[in-house]
Design a protein around this ligand. Structure first.
Ligand SMILES: Cc1cc2nc3c(=O)[nH]c(=O)nc-3n(C[C@H](O)[C@H](O)[C@H](O)COP(=O)(O)OP(=O)(O)OC[C@H]3O[C@@H](n4cnc5c(N)ncnc54)[C@H](O)[C@@H]3O)c2cc1C
Length: 654
């Protein structure tokens, strides 16, 4: 096939609703949790207010939670060491059924479920530690457990289920039933407004029709959370709605098990619904509340993925240390060559900061004193990006061995280090549970929320003049009070935060002052951009992405310093923690400075022109001279509802 064949339309011939960009935004906006009842460190940070008091001293878990958590971690560790063969899972692209049964017996399906429903009742902190531990042996098992508990049936039921639903499903979820979360469809990825699966009311039931794609655990699941659209009618409010569905209900077919670049053991499928009857009692929350339920579930659910990234960082550090100290080239261990050393330092410092971010956000989630939805989103965004960088650097440090599979290394008599697998397994984290691009938008929306709530009507082209005048007055009052506060702050006063410079330790107070100053600069930049671009602000994705990335770095610096001081105060590796926090902050500050520079000096406008040229075919000549090995076929499979013509590959593990 020629490399320059004409572009085919991407749309399938199915029945997807046509959705404009504005409608897509409205759906996302309606699903957003709009209230802020508790303080939020990250929200304040984006407003230029560095509320160190919200995160320092580092919050602590209750003794009983620690005892219970540590006891489970000990049992899980033993299970991982004796009953999980990560290499076998990778080789056979399958988690053995006995391993899954063993995990069930251990209670690993119910880590976060309340003991009154038969679960272990672990805190978010210990749930995360457990995922990091098990994910280090087999990322596929980490993904299975996390998909079941962070986005599957237990969490939405805990938050939004009726008592009857909790009584019926939570004991099963805690012990035997694996669950899956079904939102994505062939034509519905980041944009749920296009959701085409329908749930049509019929007597006391709903009838579900449609096709769901990439359902993690779908192939082996016992229970499903399904997002489907209820048509609006006289008696029905309609809208995207969540249901708990028995995975072996008549009319459900798992048509295919998908295979990926990484996470080879994942039991991820394509699930078709054909006239599937679901009793109304299995609807979670109200009609139309489905997306809000999904997003609220993810508020803390998002922490499990970066927790596994922390585990990945720890492992990268271990291998980097062991290998680069013994591998000698050009007269010295490769670690002693500066170019390699810089990578090791990056991995060590970043792992420290990432653990600080995840532990702090998780502990705050357990305490429930602060609103941590932005912190969790930042942790997901930052953790997934940084873990990929760390794994990539590990591959580089390992040289040719980094590119070689563990199996091949072992076959020729070397240690079976799965560095390339780690890189492949981590890659999906930047795509699922909110891609990096979508996380940027989602967090940016919260970062500019204060501006929109006072000045939103002012820049909304659809608002009447009267509304605009009122908004103008409101905005004038807000900015008159807020803007002057951004001019000066404690970050300019030498000696502020001096508790973070104990004798004989690196000075972290200087980094906290930098964070305080940078938070104000960030807020000033956001305000300036809002006044410059007004209603077009939401289209400035390059700018917004950088604003969010700066916020992520500032949050990570804050968390790293607070953790270092916490470790010093409690006597555990305090001095070394200060060193790592200092190194991280120095590295992070360079990234922040670069990001600030690129807020206003970038190629965003030029890039837009290049994209227009690429899409119109102006540069198609550049693609000549190669062949495209891709097969034929549509870009997106047809997802028209109807009976399945495929074999059902569903195989619950009982
Ligand atoms: C291994 C795996 C497991 C998964 N597990 C599940 C699961 O259990 N349940 C489930 O429901 N789904 C699951 N998914 C789906 C996953 O959540 C989606 O892949 C993800 O939401 C992205 O959607 P998409 O792939 O359709 O990308 P698209 O939405 O088509 O996006 C393509 C690209 O465009 C970018 N983009 C899209 N919209 C915008 C925008 N407005 N602004 C800027 N950039 C944009 C995206 O970031 C991406 O880079 C899984 C996917 C995989 C591969």
């Amino acid at each position: 096939m020629s490399a320059t064949q004409p572009v085919q339309p991407a749309q399938p011939s199915g029945t997807q609703p046509k959705v404009t960009e504005r409608e897509a935004r409205q759906v996302a906006e309606a699903a957003r949790e709009q209230d802020w009842r508790k303080p939020s460190f990250a929200k304040e940070l984006f407003l230029g207010r560095f509320r160190l008091d919200l995160i320092h001293p580092h919050p602590l878990p209750a003794d009983e939670d620690v005892r219970r958590g540590e006891a489970f971690l000990a049992r899980l560790r033993e299970f991982c060491e004796t009953r999980i063969d990560g290499a076998l899972i990778e080789r056979e692209a399958k988690i053995p059924d006995e391993t899954v049964r063993g995990l069930k017996e251990l209670g690993a399906l119910g880590m976060k479920i309340d003991p009154k429903y038969g679960g272990l009742g672990l805190t978010q902190v210990y749930y995360n530690k457990a995922l990091a531990l098990v994910g280090s042996v087999s990322p596929a098992i980490g993904a299975l457990l996390s998909a079941h508990q962070s986005i599957g049936v237990p969490q939405p039921l805990k938050m939004f289920g009726t008592q009857e639903q909790k009584d019926a499903y939570l004991p099963r979820c805690a012990t035997t039933a694996i669950s899956a979360f079904l939102l994505t469809e062939p034509d519905v990825g980041s944009d749920p407004a296009r959701l085409a699966t329908t749930a049509v009311p019929d007597g006391d039931d709903y009838v579900l029709d449609g096709v769901k794609l990439w359902t993690t655990n779908g192939v082996v699941a016992d229970l499903l959370v399904v997002m489907a659209r209820v048509p609006k009618s006289e008696d029905h409010r309609g809208g995207i709605t969540a249901f708990v569905v028995e995975a072996d209900s008549p009319g459900i077919t798992v048509e295919h098990r998908n295979a990926f670049m990484g996470l080879r053991g994942l039991e991820n499928g394509v699930t078709r619904f054909h006239r599937v009857r679901v009793p109304a009692a299995q609807r979670i929350g109200a009609e139309g509340a489905g997306l809000k339920i999904a997003l609220t579930t993810l508020n803390t659910g998002r922490l499990s993925l970066p927790a596994m990234c922390v585990g990945a960082g720890k492992w990268c550090l271990k291998i980097a240390r062991e290998w680069s100290g013994v591998r000698e080239q050009w007269g010295r261990p490769v670690a002693r060559h500066e170019a390699v050393g810089a990578k090791i330092s990056f991995i060590a410092a970043t792992t420290f900061a990432l653990e600080a971010v995840v532990d702090l956000a998780s502990q705050m989630a357990d305490e429930d004193r602060n609103d941590i939805r932005i912190e969790a989103a930042l942790a997901k965004l930052y953790g997934s990006e940084m873990a990929c960088l760390m794994a990539d650097e590990l591959v580089q440090i390992r040289g040719g061995r980094g590119f070689e599979t563990a199996e091949s290394l072992a076959a020729r008599g070397e240690r079976a280090v799965p560095a390339e697998q780690m890189l492949r397994d981590l890659r999906i984290n930047r795509i699922f549970e909110g891609s990096t691009e979508i996380m940027h938008l989602l967090i940016a929306r919260e970062a500019v929320d204060a501006h929109l709530s006072v000045a939103g009507d002012l820049i909304d082209p659809e608002k009447a003049l009267g509304d605009k005048a009122k908004a103008g007055a409101r905005a004038a009052g807000f900015y008159a009070r807020w803007l002057p506060k951004l001019a000066t702050g404690p970050g300019q006063v030498p000696g502020t935060y001096r508790a973070f410079h104990p004798g004989g330790h690196p000075d972290l107070s200087t980094h906290l002052r930098y964070v305080e100053r940078s938070a104000r600069k960030l807020a000033r930049s956001t305000f300036y951009a809002m006044s410059r671009w007004q209603g077009r602000m939401e289209t400035k994705q390059g700018f917004l992405g950088r604003i969010v990335d700066i916020g992520a770095e500032l949050f990570a610096m804050s968390a790293a310093c607070v953790r270092a001081e916490h470790l010093r105060a409690t006597g555990a590796h305090g001095r070394e923690a200060y060193q790592l926090a200092d190194a991280f902050c120095e590295q992070s500050r360079l990234r922040v400075e670069e990001l600030f520079g690129r807020l206003w000096s970038n190629t965003d406008d030029l890039d837009r022109k290049v994209v227009a040229g690429v899409l119109s075919g102006t540069y198609a000549w550049l693609e000549e001279g190669v062949l495209d090995p891709s097969g034929e076929g549509p870009w997106i499979a047809d997802a028209a509802p109807g009976p399945s013509t495929q074999k059902n590959v569903h195989r619950p593990i009982r």
